[in-house]
Each structure stands twice: as structure tokens, then as C-alpha cells.
Design a protein around this ligand. Structure first.
Ligand SMILES: *[C@@H]1O[C@H](CO)[C@@H](O)[C@H](O)[C@H]1NC(C)=O
Ligand SMILES: *[C@@H]1O[C@H](CO)[C@@H](O)[C@H](O)[C@H]1NC(C)=O
Ligand SMILES: *[C@@H]1O[C@H](CO)[C@@H](O)[C@H](O)[C@H]1NC(C)=O
Ligand SMILES: *[C@@H]1O[C@H](CO)[C@@H](O)[C@H](O)[C@H]1NC(C)=O
Ligand SMILES: *[C@@H]1O[C@H](CO)[C@@H](O)[C@H](O)[C@H]1NC(C)=O
Length: 480
């Protein structure tokens, strides 16, 4: 599935009032072309990927954009794709030729509304910024996490308690983008939800309807966030198939092998040498961000046939391609301009419960060799802040560590509740929180980076810690 091509077809010097444009356009717009689930992703500091879903295929998905509400630019593509069991089409358009760190207005074809986004800061931009990180976030409400659970599930929300989507939405003006490090929507919980008596009726032969319903609910629920701030994603095991590997005979064509995940997102792998939404990198100001894939495409990868999971997915590139890309990507970073390198992959290897040893063997040597500052994981449904770690040897983050600092946060919440760590905690552990929440990071400057754990229920900060790196950089602050 390739959906990366887009060309700017018109850049009118003047344009009529966007509101009138949109009224005119909408008067002729059939319901099945109405955009839903609008979502953004960075595409270099001069681009933005705009994706959305429609009930029918669009011949030519297009987006109008501009620095004012008059818009004036139009970009279109031919990427309107679906897959068996999906009730919607995924439309992808990439806007290019933009200015960095600049606010633009935009309007997908047939949209009733004009939205806006801000492009990424250029490499060498030394201004401080914040980003949100979330892991293992499922659909909220009657088909996912709510105030009740079925048999075999736990940790329902307390009455009136906010969920993580609400909490991220409340604070969306405080961060530049969200990074969701795998396990997105948990549509594959449908079997458990039905057999647990939570979703009725029990109908495991519904031709994929409940799976598709949960997936659409999730993308609808996150839209008030994703249409305003870029939402960067990585693959998790719950994207691999329709029933979490329990009984693949239930999964219909279209529900296996990361199909929905591949179709929904449009991460900037084309401009970073990566592969689809599986591995890629991007820059934002002082940081080089890397998403890597702990599910497939490295030796003994857990989701591949023969791996420890039963997901039977991948690979998505020739043997060795992911690790070769990671080494090349890391080697090319200019640490004077992007002093921080932050990498995220779904499965952790330093955590107080079962770890991914195969992931450690594959990725840790490269992360160490190239001096990655921070490694983020999800997968385990709690928050655990570790030390900086080199092969199980901990050093403290305030003291200019040479090894990467590790944080596990898969605590956003989904139907199945939270996980129980194994006690005693691993010796590298510094803080454990078993509550629903997400992480807010502040990149202050070249030497200091702070994390905060936000409890989704009430927005409280339950943990904060700052990494210090002794170094000098060649970055410029616009706002000293
Ligand atoms: C898997 O699902 C199929 C179809 O519903 C059923 O016939 C089979 O017994 C299930 N197998 C297991 C191991 O649950
Ligand atoms: C998954 O999809 C990829 C890309 O189409 C394909 O190469 C691979 O063989 C598939 N894996 C399985 C287990 O079907
Ligand atoms: C990690 O430490 C163990 C035990 O001290 C050692 O056997 C192993 O070779 C080390 N691994 C690396 C990659 O240095
Ligand atoms: C970097 O930011 C930290 C945290 O705000 C601050 O304490 C420190 O003084 C800053 N360093 C410089 C050189 O401005
Ligand atoms: C907010 O929620 C957390 C997690 O449930 C709890 O520990 C904390 O006491 C709450 N704080 C306030 C101010 O209610």
C-alpha cells in the first residue's frame, strides 16, 4: 500500500472567502464524502500530512490550505484506500512547500469546517517546546474503557473520572504533538468484550462488524485532538490482527497483518528513509525523534511467524533492513543542531515484569552506540520511570549519563485495565505508578529535558524528573 504521492496543483494569489467556499462546496457534497476522523502528521518542517475517512472512495482527495482563513492553496492525491471488512476509506494528502513553525488553516474536501495546524520547528531552532506521549490507548465508552467491565477485565473508570482522550484533549494547547507508541484503539478486544458479556450480543461471526465499529469509534474519539495537533504513531501488538493472536481463525481478510494500521496512518517514512508507519524519524527543533518497530523486522521479532506472540504478521522489509536503517539514521544526526535524540518502540526491555529480550538484543547496542538520550516504551499498562541504563547498569539522570534514559508508559487505558508489576521492582526502577495517565515532556534547551506523568482522571502531575546532559549546541532561540 503506497499512498505517499501528492502534488500542489493550485496556489491562487487570491481566493474567495473560505466560509463561502465551504458552503458552496458542501451544498454539492454527498454524505458519503463527508470527512470524518481528520488527523495530522508531521512531514518534514515544510510539510503536513492530512488524513481523513469517508464512507465512499474519493476520486481525488484534496485539501485547501493557507496562512489565512481565505486559504488559497489546494493539494490533492489519489490515495483513497480501504481493505476488506472496513466500512470506510482512508484518504491521505501531503501538503508540501510550507514554512517551518508556522500556523496554517486547512480544510479537507467537503469539510464543513476549517481547521489549523502548526508546522514543525526547523533543525537548529533552540526554542523550548512540549510534546505528549501516550501508550496503549483504546477506545473509550460502551465498546471500550468505561465505568463497567465484563468478565475477565478490570480497572473500570470511576464515575465522573476523565479518561486519557479527555485529558489529552483538555491540555492539547500545551503540547506541539502527540506520540502514541503503539496499541491504538484495541479493536482486537472485541472477542474478549463479547465473550466477557460486556458487548452484546455475542456474535463472533459478525463479518468483522464489531472490530470495525471499535476502530471507527476510536478514530472519531481522537479527532478533536488529531485535527489540531500532529499525531505520530508506532506499531504495537494490538495492531497486528483482530483478536490479539488468540484465535486467528476468527480474523477475516483485512483484519490481519497490521492492515488497518497501515491504511489509517501516513507517517513520514518517505522523507526519512523508513518503511510505512513502521519505522521512520523526524525533527522538531532541538530533537531528532525516531519511531522503531518492536513487533516485526528484526531477529526473533515477537509478532512474526515463529515469534513469541501468536500474531503471525510481517515482515515488511528485507531481513536486516530496519536495523540498518536505524544505524544509518542515528549516524546522520547533527548533535550540535539536534542535540536530543529520542527513540520510541512499543515493547520495553527494562521494566518490572516480563521484558522483550529480543528487542533489547536488537536495539540496545545501537541506542547506546549513538548516545540516544531517551527511550520511550508502552506495552505494559502502568507507568515506570527507570534510570539511564547501559546493559542493566543504572546511572542517575541528573548527572550527565552517557546511557539512554528509559521510561515505560502504557497506562493510557483500554477495555482490559491496568497491569500488575512484578515485585520486587527491577533495580533500575525509580518511580512506579499504576493509574491511567500519559506523559508530558518539556524540551527546555540543549541540556535539560523534563518529564511529567499526568493522571488522566484529574490532570494532576504525579511524577516529574529532569534529564541533564552536559554539552554545548549550535541552536538559535527566537524567544530567549
Ligand atoms: C477458534 O474459533 C473457531 C471459530 O469460532 C472455533 O471453531 C474454534 O474452536 C476456536 N478455537 C479455539 C482454540 O478457541
Ligand atoms: C504481511 O504483509 C507483508 C506486506 O504485504 C507481507 O510481505 C508479509 O508476507 C505478510 N505477512 C504474513 C504473515 O502474512
Ligand atoms: C551485558 O552484561 C552481561 C553480564 O554482565 C554480559 O554477559 C554481556 O556481554 C553484556 N552485554 C553487552 C552487550 O555488553
Ligand atoms: C536550561 O533549562 C533548565 C530548566 O529550565 C534551566 O535550569 C537551565 O538554566 C537552562 N540552561 C541554560 C543554559 O539556559
Ligand atoms: C488525582 O488522581 C490521582 C490518581 O488517581 C490521585 O492519586 C490524586 O490524589 C488525585 N489528586 C487530586 C488533587 O485529587
Amino acid at each position: 500500500m503506497l499512498f505517499k504521492t501528492a502534488t500542489v496543483v493550485a496556489l491562487a494569489a487570491t481566493a474567495s472567502c473560505a466560509t463561502i467556499l465551504s458552503e458552496k462546496r458542501n451544498s454539492g457534497c454527498p454524505d458519503d464524502q463527508e470527512p470524518t476522523q481528520v488527523r495530522l502528521a508531521y512531514h518534514g518542517d515544510r510539510g503536513m500530512s492530512v488524513s481523513w475517512n469517508t464512507k465512499s472512495k474519493l476520486a481525488k482527495p484534496s485539501v485547501e490550505f493557507g496562512t489565512t482563513m481565505e486559504l488559497g492553496g489546494t493539494v490533492s492525491s489519489s490515495e483513497s484506500i480501504t481493505y476488506p471488512t472496513s466500512s470506510t476509506y482512508n484518504n491521505h494528502v501531503v501538503i508540501t512547500g510550507l514554512q517551518p513553525n508556522t500556523r496554517y488553516h486547512y480544510q479537507p474536501y467537503c469539510s464543513q469546517r476549517i481547521y489549523s495546524f502548526t508546522t514543525a520547528k526547523s533543525v537548529g531552532d533552540g526554542d523550548d517546546f512540549k510534546f505528549a506521549m501516550v501508550g496503549d490507548m483504546g477506545t473509550m465508552g460502551p465498546d471500550g474503557l468505561s465505568t463497567t467491565v465484563g468478565k475477565g477485565a478490570a480497572n473500570p473508570l470511576k464515575p465522573g473520572e476523565k479518561n486519557s482522550i479527555d485529558s489529552l484533549h483538555d491540555q492539547k494547547t500545551s503540547f506541539d504533538f502527540v506520540w502514541h507508541v503503539g496499541d491504538i484503539a484495541y479493536a482486537d478486544s472485541w472477542v474478549k468484550e463479547e465473550t466477557g458479556g460486556y458487548v452484546t450480543p455475542l456474535n463472533l461471526n459478525d463479518k468483522g462488524a464489531e472490530y470495525d465499529k471499535i476502530l471507527n469509534e476510536f478514530y472519531d474519539e481522537i479527532e478533536p485532538i488529531t485535527r489540531d495537533v500532529p499525531y505520530m504513531v508506532g506499531p504495537g501488538n494490538h495492531e497486528a490482527n483482530c483478536d490479539n493472536g488468540a484465535n486467528l481463525t476468527l480474523c477475516l481478510p483485512g483484519q490481519l497483518n497490521f492492515t488497518g494500521y497501515r491504511a489509517h496512518w501516513n507517517m513520514p517514512s518517505d522523507v526519512s528513509g523508513g518503511v510505512e508507519n513502521f519505522w521512520y524519524s523526524w525533527n522538531h527543533g532541538m530533537v531528532h525523534f525516531i519511531t522503531f518497530n518492536t513487533e516485526t523486522d528484526f531477529p526473533n521479532a515477537p509478532d512474526e511467524p515463529g515469534g513469541e506472540g501468536a500474531e503471525f504478521a510481517g515482515p515488511f522489509a528485507p531481513s536486516g533492513a530496519q536495523l540498518a536503517w536505524l544505524a544509518k539514521d542515528l549516524a546522520a544526526v547533527d548533535r550540535k543542531k539536534t542535540p536530543w535524540v529520542i527513540a520510541a518502540g512499543h515493547r520495553p526491555w527494562y521494566v518490572s515484569t516480563t521484558e522483550c529480550k529480543e528487542c533489547q538484543a536488537a536495539f540496545e547496542p545501537l541506542l547506546l552506540k549513538y548516545g540516544v538520550d531517551l527511550v520511550l516504551h508502552g506495552h505494559k499498562h502502568f507507568y515506570e520511570r527507570e534510570s539511564a541504563i547501559n546493559n542493566f547498569t543504572a546511572s542517575e539522570i541528573e548527572k550527565n549519563p552517557s546511557a539512554p534514559w528509559y521510561i515505560v508508559n502504557g497506562a493510557a487505558g483500554h477495555y482490559d485495565g491496568l497491569d500488575t508489576p512484578t515485585f520486587p521492582l527491577v533495580p533500575t526502577s525509580r518511580k512506579l505508578i499504576v493509574e491511567y495517565g500519559w506523559s508530558l515532556f518539556t524540551v527546555h534547551n540543549c541540556t535539560h529535558l523534563t518529564t511529567e506523568f499526568i493522571a488522566s482522571g484529574n490532570g494532576s502531575v504525579l511524577d516529574t524528573a529532569t534529564l541533564y546532559k552536559a554539552r554545548t549546541c549550535d541552536v538559535t532561540k527566537d524567544h530567549p
